[in-house]
Write a protein that binds this ligand. Sequence first.
Ligand code: PLP
Length: 384
Amino acid sequence: MPNTPNDHRLHLDSLLAHGGGGHDPETGAVVPPIQTATTFVRDEAYELIKPGHIYSRDNNELFSRTEKLIAALEGGADSRLFASGMAAIAAVARLVRPGGTLLAQSGIYWGTTLFLRKHCARNKVALVEADASDLQAFHDEISVTKPDLVWLEVPSNPFLKVADIANISAHCRQAGALLCVDATAATPLILKPLSLGADLVMHSATKALNGHSDLLGGVVTANDAASEAWAFLTEERKMAGAVLGSFEAWLLLRGLRTLALRVERMNENAMALARHLEKHPEIEAVLYPGLASHPQHELAKSQMTGGFGSVLSVLFKGGKDAALKSVGALDLFQRATSLGGTESLVEHRQTIEGPDSGIPDNLLRLSVGIEHIDDLIADLDQAL
Ligand code: PLP
């Protein structure tokens, strides 16, 4: 029976509640201190006082503890924290050398798409974008383009499309391609891409992992810590220097303590809102994988456990004007970008991404927080 707070056989909720570790044996402190030192001394024999502790761009107690905890959540071998989700994405993208090919799911987070387009063009990497929910077409792209790296986002933001990770990972293996899944909108508690065959999973820790909209962070986890890709990524984190600050690492570990409770409430709230809005006369469609009307609902049910995430998008019958009028009338939902925080946020994505982005002008994206569901419904009802 596992009974110590850092025993990785514990249920994930219990590991999380203790921040992935026990008290400090020297002081009895139940939470770790913020380690701000950038450098670590050597003794008279020029040995390190603690092996691995040379300089804080390489390592930091809080990074290691948080990385072990996230690797346990993912069922992975090892994790690395980065300074933001985009820093993590950039490090993974650099796995593809000039002359190589990167196949990315289309219609994903706009920042990722824009970055990949610019990065690949500058570095002579061929970028192919394809809809991963059209499985046959995506397989064909893998067979024809023979990519070095395939990038999926599950569920995708803001269309909430669900790619079949097990199926695509099998095709990637046959074609010799690495598969990385951005599972930010799901969290590792409800979607574990590594157990479905992905090589790498990435999260913007800015979102639900931290959950309090007060830090930027990213994390990549591997299923094989001995792989060439992982050797590259760990070296890249250290040498390119996109490390998290100590205070941010401390805040992230604190945020993670309540992840299980927050995810449970956010999932429940999102599901209830999706069902409520689906019946609303002003709403044309609700995009949420938990709804039976979602085209990949059965797939989502088979690869997600315990919920369908906290992000949903709604399309208004009255077009852009109706969407903007409603967004302006919301009181409790904050009009701001981002997702995964305790507070509910709403966004007119086309305003952010531009008219050429392919985002319908009648779409609002909701990030559902942990408020009381009655208050969220009342706010939407009065605004609609
Ligand atoms: N991935 C997804 C799905 C996102 O929504 C975002 C940000 O919104 C990112 C990655 C980028 O993360 P960050 O803002 O932490 O750089």
